[in-house]
Write a protein that binds this ligand. Structure first.
Ligand code: ADP
Ligand code: MG
Length: 508
């Protein structure tokens, strides 16, 4: 008897990612030329070849000097991913000829990278957006600091080169082959982006090329532990591109394997228009690049004191914060999943909470619905570099806390609070002044309302309604409320009016 031949369903996909992120630094990694990363300006929209200097352009005699901020951002990345920070690291020349790099080599790190190992926690997509997905740990191999290259634009009969991006600080983050599906790869990139943005390490805006990814893909029969030859798909610049490329590539490899082909180790490109990967070259090996230590740059020693200082500069990790919100404040997943990706929003929430700690869920609800709703409806604010900070100047956390408290206490209804919020956002006034200017106070003065209830029941015109109610038509009670609401200009607390009417009707 022979085992049944394997089918496509018997294969699993094995994925390792190499993610390039531009670090948030003001200058380039080995030059004083500005980069403006972190401002609202997109460097690629600046006049070409203005963010340069002799080092970036590799003019004769220009020497590189390490930008300490770039090294520190790399170490902070290592610390927030629980990586090892070796006591020293150094720089190597990766030699190749291509017009986007005027030196004909890229300064990178080969044998002594700035971080080793580490891990990133990811959340897999759940069947519904309202429930938490499964969490998984993806191991990192290492991360190394290198320089970005220039940008080529090819026209019909010429090519243009812009060196604005050349020399920008680039951290290459290399995972272990721990990912098993396109969804897991997307979840990894999302988690990495939120982690880096919240720690102020990078903006990770994929549209601006601040986060780019190569995906290494191989397939094997489920249960096998050996790694098969892989294809490395270069330069994926959107999450959907990563997902589509992996999906296509896995299907292609399974098909070829089932057809009896042995897959080569190769480098492939991705065509997002035709949704296909295509061969670029057979995989290059490290020795092809003739790596050697860059004689222009000293190795760097990283002290324990530096590491301690940088560790202190890191915020709580997003998933840790999410667990804390669930445990400490009993916030539901539907709210934490909105707050957590946005650190300024979390800080706004926590500051407001200090002013009104009684009802975290109610406060988080106002932030997730009214606050974010107002921001989304204001294109001018949305376009700002830090919209949450700008909005929190209009509605300081203490005032949001007051509004939520007034609502919880029943001074105004939730619907009225929505309107007050919109006016607070538009004018920057306090909730108290808006409530009194609009006469929104709900009247909860029992004796005043009770007097109105008595008056209303005594009206000759009420007699018929009262008889109907006594006959069992309880709904008719609503028509007695009209005169009371009218007399209080709509401010009477509806629940209180209802309660008092019932009490007095019973006594009749
Ligand atoms: P290189 O040095 O040639 O770039 P590495 O061994 O450093 O190769 O691996 C680069 C990336 O490829 C890593 O993210 C790693 O996890 C991934 N990788 C290695 N082997 C495989 C494989 N067989 N299938 C999928 N991914 C792999
Ligand atoms: Mg590689």
């Amino acid at each position: 008897m022979t085992a049944a031949a394997p089918t496509a369903a018997d294969y699993e996909t094995v994925i390792g990612l190499e993610v390039h992120v531009q670090l948030k630094t003001h200058a380039k990694v080995f030059a004083g030329a500005p980069y403006l990363h972190g401002g609202t300006v997109n460097p690629s929209e600046i006049t070409p070849n203005t963010l340069t200097d002799p080092v970036v352009l590799a003019l004769p005699g220009a020497l590189p000097v390490l930008n300490k901020a770039a090294l520190e951002q790399s170490i902070r990345f290592g610390l927030t991913t629980n990586a090892q920070i070796p006591a020293f690291c150094n720089w190597d020349r990766k030699n190749y000829f291509y017009p986007d790099s005027p030196k004909n080599y890229q300064i990178s790190q080969k044998d002594h990278p700035v971080t080793l190992g580490g891990e990133v926690e990811i959340e897999l997509p759940a069947p519904s957006r309202n429930i938490m997905g499964e969490h998984k740990i993806i191991r990192l191999n290492h991360a190394h600091l290198e320089e970005d290259v220039g940008k080529l634009t090819h026209a019909a009969s010429s090519s243009l080169i812009d060196f604005n991006r050349a020399g920008a600080a680039l951290l290459e983050i290399v995972t272990e082959p721990d990912l098993r599906s396109p969804d897991e790869a997307a979840a990894f990139l999302n988690a990495l982006r939120i982690l880096l943005v919240s720690a102020n390490i990078s903006h990770c805006d994929m549209e601006k090329g601040q986060m780019r990814c190569d995906a290494n893909v191989s397939v094997r029969l489920r249960g096998e532990t050996r790694l098969n030859n892989r294809a490395e798909i270069k330069n994926l610049n959107s999450i959907s591109g990563v997902k589509n490329a992996i999906e296509y590539e896995a299907r292609r490899q399974i098909r070829e394997t089932l057809a009896g082909q042995t897959l080569p180790q190769e480098t492939r490109g991705w065509n997002a228009n035709s949704n296909r990967s295509y061969p670029l070259r057979s995989k290059e090996d490290a020795h092809d690049y003739r790596y050697f230590p860059d004689p222009d740059l000293m190795p760097v020693r990283v002290s324990a004191a530096d590491i301690a200082r940088l560790a202190d500069s890191l915020p709580e990790r997003p998933f840790d914060r999410q667990r804390r919100y669930a445990q400490q404040y009993k916030l539901p997943y539907t709210l934490t999943s909105v707050l957590i990706p946005d650190r300024p929003l979390c800080e706004y929430f926590e500051t407001a909470l200090a002013f009104y700690p009684d009802n975290p869920t109610s406060l988080a609800n106002f932030i997730a619905n009214d606050f974010l709703g107002a921001l989304a409806a204001d294109p001018e604010m949305r376009s700002l570099h830090s919209p949450v900070e700008a909005a929190s100047l209009r509605i300081p956390p203490a005032q949001l806390a007051s509004l939520v408290k007034l609502t919880d206490q029943g001074t105004i209804s939730r619907q009225q609070a929505r309107e007050v919020f919109v006016e607070m956002f538009a004018t920057g006034q306090t909730p108290e002044s808006i409530i009194s200017a609009r006469g929104l106070h709900q009247n909860t003065d029992t004796s005043a309302i009770e007097a109105l209830v008595r008056e209303t029941l005594a009206l000759p015109s009420s007699a018929k309604t009262i008889a109907e109610i006594k006959a069992g038509n309880l709904k008719a009670i609503n028509s007695l409320k009209g005169p009371i609401m009218k007399a209080t200009k709509g401010t009477a607390n509806p629940a209180l009016v209802d309660k008092l009417l019932r009490k007095h009707l019973e006594a009749l």
